[in-house]
Design a protein around this ligand. Structure first.
Ligand code: ATP
Ligand code: MG
Length: 830
């Protein structure tokens, strides 16, 4: 009735005082009930309207006539509800059609139609119900129209629109009394065809039937299966129409609703064992059944099928990623003996990958695990809090502040020009509106119009200057805290600026061009990735700055060098093709119809801008671009990496940035080359020569160390002494590493068979000791770890190890001999 509002309020003249309509209707209010016998998200609504013509009596008379004579529904099955104190309606229904016992009084919730909390026409209403019989009802004494059970089916709602609600919520009579009625086609068909639910009417049987074929189950055998088939049919029908009407899957607003119901349909297919994509098949029957009445689904057939297929593939992808993560998780937890998946992990799956919680729960249950539901709820709660917090303290707070100032929208000239002469209409300093700002003040400036681009769609805000002879502000950032309002943040660098001043607002041109290069290149990159990797490689975020661009997208594995090369080559080829960059402003539907690529998660107004680069890319985009791709100059990928499972990030440079980067790399290479004593061409051979040189030197050094060590060992073998029948060695040797020292100890032990060995050496300027005790002596109470502690204590150090082998360090290399001299005593003392 939205389009009829001005007629009801008397603001506009209707084409006729009596009107009738048939229209598509999509509501999310009943989304969780879908699957029951009567609640749909998408349905057809028939309406009749009287604009100041007939009122209650006429409406009830006509409704009764239509229901009983035109539709031929049996009179004894009809009931009505009225607004509880609408005595007029009560007596009219009695007079015209029904006994008092079949007129039910209901409250405001059900029977007062009005704009919740808003202004607009409203009034009491009266609903018409079809009684499907006590046998399908709940059987309770209190079961009457309005009951939640399946018995009474509301088919038609008559609204007696006689009031207007003002901004304080008061009801004031409208200049004329109106009628607005809505009748659900599917429910009415169910009543007329006398079937158990809307799904058994001729509107739905072909769709439900096809769904059954696709999952190889038939309708009517099993309640759970039936529910899934109904959901697939209903959601399949709804998404076909949503896409036909220009809604595209996204993470926000209506796009998110579409995504949600689409995913729900896919999931129910999966529950019934369907692994392959199937939504296209459902959409196809929907088009067959409804295409005659709604030609848009036929006209846009290919587009709809493609959007659905793409989104279904993307969701399959999400499911695949999610499933692997869940499996890993479950395996990990099971090996630790944990039976519960932490709420945080569940939340991450849901939040980062869009993996449905029900699915996580289901997969966990199969493996005998449960979810930490409380932890999950807590994580959800915290996220909402974070969002609220961010809103309270971020740009949104600024948005509130500026909303209350009611400033005019800032005109944006930045697509055509980089400089504008304009007027300062608001100045703020430290969150306070001021008339004048002076040197060194940090300020936020609102202009009547501007060439400065406010950060949006990943593109950073412009910088530049606002100046006139009396003062200048250096703008360091531009943001839009409110749709239509541009805020220039900066510092006064000269003189002063007052509200009302005329200033020249000049964008830093070189920087803006750098940004444009990166932005246009981002579009090329997006397309090139899809070409090289496949359609699943979809943008999940981007940041376009002057010095580089960052592009996040969905893909499971790291890109191979070949893939990355292919992407780079493709983008550079399109740069050399010097494709013209053309922008076109149109309405959203036309844009989508023309095949423009809408980025998931972006919000678009009714008017959208399409940016295309030749025939290569076509995207909805509000950013600032080049005139032709040739201006990008050169595109070079700096890095490619993972930012989470299934999400990759590419960082790249273009134009000046790429030039600087390449030059720096070449200079670096040049310096390396000359250090290696040759040119860049010789770098590799010179470097491998150097490496093999070093390698053989290292080997030689190692060899000589070993032979030195062997010589030392033979020397030490001559110093074996005995105390109390125990052989022992305590000697200072030459060894450059602790490893050599240990090795020498090993050799000695092998030679001696039964002995206590303590070696000391100066290793890297500090004392180092290794002690070994053969097992037979350990049994007699000699322990390497104890020995070494006392030895090392002399040099101010400590150490440890096992009874058979221990090592220690210290501080004072001068006292190694003294420390070793303790050994004889220590062994003897045992
Ligand atoms: P209900 O409470 O039964 O869901 P409603 O009071 O929200 O319906 P109205 O806003 O009065 O519905 O809409 C007018 C008519 O549109 C209803 O009488 C019904 O026939 C039909 N209708 C409303 N919602 C749905 C729905 N979810 N599925 C199918 N038909 C519906
Ligand atoms: Mg109703």
């Amino acid at each position: 009735m939205v389009q009829f509002k001005p007629y009801f309020s008397g603001e506009a003249e209707p084409p006729s005082r009596r009107l009738a309509s048939a229209q598509k209707c999509f509501r999310t209010t009943d989304i969780d009930k879908v699957g029951n016998e009567r609640s749909l998200t998408f349905f057809e609504m028939l309406g009749s309207f009287s604009i100041g013509d007939y009122f209650k009596r006429g409406a009830i008379e006509l409704a009764w006539e239509f229901v009983t004579e035109c539709l031929d529904l049996p009179e004894d099955r009809i009931w009505a509800s009225i607004y509880h104190d609408d005595e007029d309606a009560f007596s009219l229904w009695q007079e015209i059609a029904l006994p008092a016992s079949k007129i039910v009084r209901l409250g405001k919730e059900d029977n007062f139609w009005g704009p919740a909390g808003e202004t607009g026409p409203c009034g009491p209403c009266s609903e018409i119900f079809y009684d499907r019989g006590a046998e399908v009802g709940c059987g309770r004494e209190s079961c009457l129209p309005g009951c939640d059970c399946a018995r009474f089916l509301e088919i038609w709602n008559l609204v007696f629109m006689e009031y207007g609600q003002d901004s304080e919520g008061k009801l004031v009579p409208l200049p004329q009394q109106n009628i607005d009625t809505g009748m659900g086609l599917e429910r009415t068909a169910a009543a007329m065809q006398d079937v158990g639910s809307v799904y058994e009417t001729d509107l739905f049987t072909p769709i439900v039937g096809r769904a059954g074929e696709l999952v190889r189950r038939s309708y009517g055998d099993d309640e759970t299966v039936d529910r899934s088939l109904r959901i697939i049919a209903e959601h399949g029908r709804a998404i076909t129409f949503l896409v036909a009407d220009g809604v595209l899957p996204s993470n926000e607003g209506r796009g998110y609703v579409l995504r949600r119901i689409l995913r729900r349909a896919v999931r129910h297919g999966k529950l019934l064992g369907r692994e392959d994509p199937f939504l296209k098949e459902i959409a196809q029957v929907v088009m067959d059944v409804m295409g005659e009445q709604y030609p848009e689904v036929r006209v846009r057939r290919d587009f709809i099928l493609e959007v659905l297929a793409q989104e279904e593939r993307a969701f399959q992808y999400t499911l695949t990623i999610g499933s692997t993560i869940v499996e890993d998780l479950i395996a990990g937890l099971s090996s630790e003996g944990t039976k519960q998946i932490p709420g945080r992990q569940v939340f991450r799956l849901y939040d980062t990958y869009g993996f449905p919680v029900e699915l996580t729960r289901e997969m966990a249950a199969e493996k005998g695990l449960v979810l930490d539901e409380e932890g999950f709820a807590q994580a959800m709660f915290e996220q909402r809090e974070r969002a609220r917090h961010a809103q309270a303290f971020g740009l949104a707070k600024e948005g509130e502040f500026y909303r209350s100032l009611e400033l005019p929208e800032t005109g944006f000239l930045g697509y055509e020009t980089l400089e504008a002469t304009t007027e300062v209409i608001n100045l703020a300093r430290d969150g306070q509106v001021v008339d004048e700002v002076t040197e060194h003040d940090r300020v936020a400036v609102v202009l009547r119009q501007t060439a400065f681009y406010a950060e949006a769609g990943g593109q950073v805000g412009d910088t530049g200057t606002l100046s006139n002879p009396a003062g200048e502000i250096a703008v360091s950032d531009t943001q839009s805290p409110l749709p239509g309002l541009t805020l220039h943040y900066g510092t006064v660098t000269r003189g002063s600026v007052r509200v009302g001043d005329v200033v020249v607002a000049k964008v830093d041109e070189a920087r803006r061009l750098d940004i444009a290069r990166n932005h246009t290149a981002t579009h090329l990159l997006h397309k090139a990735l899809r070409e090289v990797l496949g359609d699943h490689a979809q943008q999940s975020g981007s940041e376009v700055a002057p010095e580089r661009l960052r592009f996040d997208f969905t893909h499971l594995q790291a890109l191979t060098t070949d893939e990355l090369d292919a992407v780079e080559r493709l983008v550079n080829a399109k740069i050399r093709d010097d494709l013209p960059v053309v922008t076109q402003v149109t309405d959203y539907e036309a844009a989508v119809a023309s095949g423009a690529f809408a980025i998931f998660g972006e919000r678009y107004g009714d008017e959208v801008r399409i940016v295309s680069t030749g025939d290569y890319t076509r995207e909805l985009c509000g950013g600032t671009h080049l005139r032709a791709t040739g201006q990008i100059g050169f595109f070079h990928v700096l890095s490619e990496g993972s930012i989470g499972r299934g999400l990759r990030r590419i960082e790249a440079v273009t134009g000046r940035g790429a030039e600087t980067y390449v030059r720096q790399q070449l200079h670096l290479l040049g310096r390396v080359a000359s250090q290696l004593g040759g040119t860049i061409a010789d770098v590799e051979s010179n470097l491998s020569a150097l490496i093999s040189d070093l390698e053989s030197q290292r080997k030689e050094a190692l060899e000589s160390q070993r032979s030195l060590a062997r010589a030392e060992v033979s020397r030490v073998l001559e110093e074996v002494r005995e105390v109390n029948g125990v052989s022992f060695v305590a000697a200072e040797v030459e060894a450059t590493t602790m490893e050599t020292l240990r090795e020498m100890t090993d050799w000695l032990r092998d030679q001696l068979g039964s002995a206590v060995i303590v070696l000391g050496a100066v290793v890297s300027g500090r004392p180092g000791f290794v002690a070994a005790v053969t097992p037979d002596l350990v049994d007699k109470g000699l322990k390497a770890d104890q020995l070494i502690k006392e030895v090392a204590a002399v040099v101010g150090g400590g150490g440890g190890g096992r009874p058979t082998l221990a090592q220690a360090g210290g501080k004072d290399p001068e006292r190694i001999a003294e420390a070793l001299s303790l050994v004889a005593d220590l062994v003897g003392r045992r």
